[in-house]
Design a protein around this ligand. Structure first.
Ligand code: SAH
Ligand code: SF4
Ligand code: F3S
Length: 474
């Protein structure tokens, strides 16, 4: 049974809940599991024994949706034999396609958008009486603030915490504002309490999640005015500090930063606390200012490089990762070359790289032609990947010969005699298990070798000063 209070009048049922897409979706699934645990649902991984199957879906690129359609085909074949099984689609594809999903995918019974999960018990009941059920209402307030997520597939060491929902940036290529609605922030106290509870349960790392964490604001309206003068306010830098202060033993990460909104204030808070990991995901999308303008990203190449310079100045040891789109509408060879040169200049530790995929209703779909041929998008993607592999290898190697602090996450998948964990820069570090440590503990590792994305090392003992605290004394 899932770890939550159960209404005693509810009969036990089995839930298969699969998540696709970004970390926000995986985090939402933990809220869904919590809501349904109270209804008597326990989870299963086997569709054959499930009473209800829910796919929490992604709509970011066409291939993300194709993958889900493939999975629905398979589930339908099971439902033919087992017609009492309920199949539901949640998340971004549910919000994008709405009733169409029921019309097109005949055997889908339930369609629920990201802001309507509290309604799931009712909707499932309705399906069980033989009706189809849809709720895709988006909300300006819903943050599921007080729902304690049921941690799914958890290692008991690292966890995600949603700090806000939705997105108000209309990047022209992006479907998220349509599928997730308006941006809203969650009350800081509920975030800090959730992080503290996790720490008390033995978790040692939390990742604060939002589409654009830098625009997190509590008790401010969209114009930046204080909503209620009698209550405290918070911006992202202050929230980050509140979470960092829970314990020096709790690591804090966050994702995603937006280059147009990332402030030096946040960087200074990161530099001040050892336990805020020195890693920033700062998606650039393109290295050319004209493309960035068409993408409606709100910054230029120069602005972005200034933000990179600020990170390097304030935290010389900070790792930086990015997202890149190749072949956006009208992208010329010269514009693409600017992306390559920017990547060569920044030398990212990591990058997520994609071919542009036109999405219905977005600004780009309405305004521009998707005119870069598929093979050109593909070739440009390979060039981007090639340069990224070189940077990643170089960045990883730069840690060889140095000692880093690693949070042990578990036994290496490749070798039962080794542990793996991550350093502050989010690089995976593998080292012999030894007798002294177990998962969930910190260990200092001397990196002696590296593959392109992994460090290999040996634990070392570093005596800690008696009064070692979290604050770096710069
Ligand atoms: N909020 C984050 C991005 C969320 S989507 C940000 O602003 O950076 C994750 C990534 O998917 C984006 O950064 C972008 O690189 C990619 N992406 C989004 N829409 C896309 C599209 N239509 N085609 C290809 N890649 C896309
Ligand atoms: Fe999409 Fe832009 Fe919002 Fe990111 S910031 S989710 S890319 S609209
Ligand atoms: Fe996909 Fe929705 Fe996340 S479209 S990337 S699951 S916000």
């Amino acid at each position: 049974m899932l770890d939550a209070e159960v209404n005693s009048d509810k009969r036990p049922r089995k839930l298969l809940l699969e998540s696709y897409g970004c970390q926000m979706n995986f985090s939402d699934s933990e809220i869904v599991a919590s809501i349904l645990a109270k209804e008597g649902f326990s989870t299963t991984r086997d569709p054959e024994e499930a009473d209800v199957v829910l796919l929490n879906t992604c709509a970011i690129r066409d291939n993300a949706e194709q993958r889900i359609r493939g999975r629905l085909d398979y589930l339908r074949s099971i439902k033919k034999r087992k017609p009492e099984m309920t199949i539901g689609v949640l998340g971004c594809m549910a919000e994008r396609l709405r009733e169409k999903l029921i019309e097109e995918e005949k055997l889908v019974d339930l369609v629920v958008g990201p802001d309507a999960y509290r309604d799931l018990p009712n909707l499932i009941d309705r399906v069980e009486t033989g009706q189809k059920a849809v709720n895709v209402l988006l909300s300006r307030e819903e943050t599921y603030a007080e729902i304690t997520p049921v941690r799914l597939n958890s290692n008991g060491i690292t966890a995600f915490i949603s700090i806000m929902r939705g997105c108000d940036n209309m990047c022209s290529f992006c479907v998220v504002p349509f599928t997730r609605g308006r941006e809203r922030s969650r009350e800081p106290e509920t975030i800090v309490n959730e992080a503290r509870d996790l720490f008390n349960q033995g978790y040692r790392e939390v990742t604060l999640l939002g589409q654009n964490v830098d625009s997190y604001k509590w008790n401010f309206n969209s114009k930046g005015e204080i909503t209620d003068p009698t209550k405290p306010t918070a911006n992202f830098a202050q929230l980050l500090e509140m979470v960092a202060l829970i314990s020096p033993e709790l690591r804090v990460r966050y994702s995603t930063s937006h280059p147009k909104d990332m402030t030096d204030e946040v960087l200074h808070v990161m530099a001040k606390y050892e336990n805020i990991c020195k890693y920033i995901h700062l998606p650039v999308q393109s290295g050319n200012s004209d493309v960035l303008k068409r993408m409606n990203r709100g910054y230029t190449r120069e602005w972005y490089l200034d933000r990179i310079a600020a990170i390097r100045r304030i935290m010389p040891d900070c790792a930086i990762s990015t997202d890149i789109i190749t072949g956006f509408c009208g992208e010329t060879e010269e514009e693409h070359a600017d992306t390559l040169s920017l990547m060569a200049e920044v030398k990212y530790e990591m990058a997520f790289m994609f071919k542009y995929s036109e999405r219905p209703k977005t600004l780009a779909e309405r305004k521009f032609e998707d005119d870069v041929p598929e093979d050109v998008k593909g070739r440009r993607l390979l060039e981007v990947i090639d340069i990224q592999m070189k940077s990643a290898a170089e960045r990883t190697k730069s840690h060889v010969g140095k000692v880093c602090r690693v949070l042990i996450e578990g036994v290496s998948k490749k070798s039962p005699d080794h542990y793996y964990g991550r350093n502050s820069q989010n690089i995976v570090v593998v080292f012999p298990k030894g007798e002294n440590y177990k998962p969930g503990e910190y260990v200092d590792v001397l990196a002696s070798d590296a593959t392109s994305v992994t460090l290999i090392g040996q634990e070392v003992f570093i005596p800690q000063p008696a009064n070692a605290g979290t604050i770096n004394q710069h």
